[in-house]
Design a binder for this molecule. Structure first.
Ligand code: ZN
Ligand code: ZN
Length: 494
């Protein structure tokens, strides 16, 4: 789109000679709010805390423009310049390789656009990002906000109090909770405190699965609060809600929206590798806001910051059932890949699997790569023909996980796709080739965290079969043991 500036107001114009694409206008004027203007409440609901493209807004341009002229809507440049370099205002991309030009019909010029966030709609040099500048919608609170009836363990309670404080005081806090500690429940008191103070709160997670799992739990805990559940293709896109659950991707549409952002699984792909998602999370918060990070496996940098007092954090070192985390045992299995080339697997791995099959104990066996797993499957099916294998692109992934739950599959071979998120009540876990670089400290801690989850079966065996111990294996085991020690010290284990 092209604009001209007239009387300190930006006016869309594609005909006038002196019009410019928005990114070429030095400073965007913001008209003052006209208190008597009758603004559109639907636009208010749609735009509060957002940064949307014209295409995202189901209202005509003249209505949007009129709101802008009366101070209720803001226009921001889709692409900013830092010196000569472009920066995408939405995703923060400043890598030239992720920019492209095209003959643009909106501004009639060769226009620069960001490829990085293209899946959320094209941002180009002539794209205004549209936001809300008027009053925020009023939320009416029910007499009783939380209907959650559960109880917290001592460890959860301590973390919960810290979360409440951080939310009240707009601070940052890392909650480092072991796998199976029950971290969602730890948030409820903080969410309640935020809602009671009419704060807008967002729980963001890298994975759609988690959004789908959390939504009904939060709706049950806060039945009278509007909850927006946002992921690619979700129907709540235009819903204004005090409580939002979203994938980190969806945060790209928000701008200074939330008083509290809770970021779940900060260590998980794709959040760790995608700088744009980190940018999105930071941009979605209000300048003064609380940020709660949740993880079972903070990366090395964060662990160091915790140790040296540079990062405020709290730990939940023990599971709800008060049993220690299973500590992985390391078993050397020689050059297993070479054996596999001759259609053989190490004898100690085979006997580990046979024992489980005979004892009717279910197990997950992790492989570093799909071809190695697929080559092993027929060998292991000689022990039990019902053994299955699963990986990320497997169309039957969900069914197979379901069959493990129904105890129809005794042993499931898997890649790291099942390292987190899935809970089976009573399983043992093995890793074959734990020396592989894909098995980082955090992956191994997550994998070990699959065992001993339920209170009926709090113990599980975790075995790392390896051809040479790695630092990552040692760090993973150390982390698990440190958590168990802390659990004892704080009286959280029996
Ligand atoms: Zn972008
Ligand atoms: Zn253009």
């Amino acid at each position: 789109m092209r604009f001209i500036i007239k009387d300190e107001i930006l006016i869309p114009s594609n005909t006038l000679d002196d019009s410019l694409p928005i990114s070429q206008i030095p400073a965007i004027p913001q008209p003052p709010i006209q208190p008597n203007y009758l603004y559109n409440r639907e636009l208010q609901q749609l735009l509060t805390g957002k940064q949307l493209l014209l295409d995202d807004i189901p209202f005509p341009l003249n209505e949007i423009q009129s709101h802008y002229e009366n101070g209720y809507i803001t226009y921001r440049k889709g692409i900013n310049q830092s010196g000569k370099k472009p920066i995408c205002a939405r995703c923060g991309n400043k890598n030239l390789q992720w920019f492209e030009t095209y003959p643009c019909s909106c501004c009639g010029e060769t226009c620069l656009y960001c490829r990085k966030c293209l899946m959320m709609g094209r941002i180009s040099g002539c794209t205004p990002l549209i936001g809300w500048n008027g009053p925020v919608p009023d939320t009416i609170l029910p007499a009783k906000i939380s209907q959650w009836k559960g109880t917290l363990s001592k460890g959860q309670m301590e973390a919960s109090n810290r979360v409440v404080d951080a939310i009240r005081e707009n601070r940052e806090l890392l909650v480092w909770a072991v796998c199976g500690a029950g971290k969602t429940e730890v948030l409820f008191a903080g969410i309640e405190a935020a809602l009671a103070a009419k704060k807008r709160i967002c729980i963001a997670t890298p994975r759609t699965d988690v959004v789908l799992e959390l939504t009904p739990r939060l709706k049950a805990a806060f039945p009278e609060i509007t909850v927006a559940s946002l992921y690619g293709g979700s129907e709540d896109r235009h819903l204004f809600a005090p409580l939002t659950i979203a994938t980190t991707h969806q945060l790209l549409r928000f701008y200074h929206a939330f008083d509290t952002v809770i970021l779940d699984e900060v260590d998980a792909f794709p959040f760790t590798v995608e700088e744009s998602l980190q940018h999105a999370a930071l941009q979605a918060r209000k300048p003064s806001s609380a940020m709660i990070y949740l993880t079972a496996t903070p990366n090395e940098k964060w662990q160091r910051e915790c140790r040296t007092g540079k990062r405020p954090f709290t730990t939940i070192p023990a599971r709800f059932h008060r049993h220690p985390l299973p500590v992985p045992e390391f078993v050397w299995c020689g050059n297993w890949q070479k054996q596999l080339q001759k259609d053989k697997l190490p004898a100690n791995l085979l006997s580990w699997i046979k024992e489980r099959i005979l004892a009717n104990k279910q197990a997950l066996v992790f492989f570093p790569h799909i071809p190695l797993m697929e080559k092993s499957l027929p060998i292991l099916r000689l022990i039990a023909p019902t053994i299955e294998a699963v990986h990320a692109e497997d169309p039957e992934r969900k069914e197979k996980v379901q069959k493990v739950r129904a105890e129809e599959i005794p042993l499931l071979l898997t890649t790291t796709i099942l390292e987190r998120g899935v809970t089976f009540p009573n399983i043992d876990v093995a890793v074959i080739g734990a020396e592989d670089s894909i098995f980082t400290e955090s992956a191994l801690v997550q994998i070990a965290g699959r065992a001993g989850r339920s209170k009926d079966h709090p113990d599980g065996v975790v075995t790392f079969f390896h051809y040479g111990k790695t630092d990552e294996m040692l760090k993973a085991r150390r982390q698990i043991m440190a958590m168990n020690r802390e659990g004892i010290k704080r009286g959280l284990l029996d």
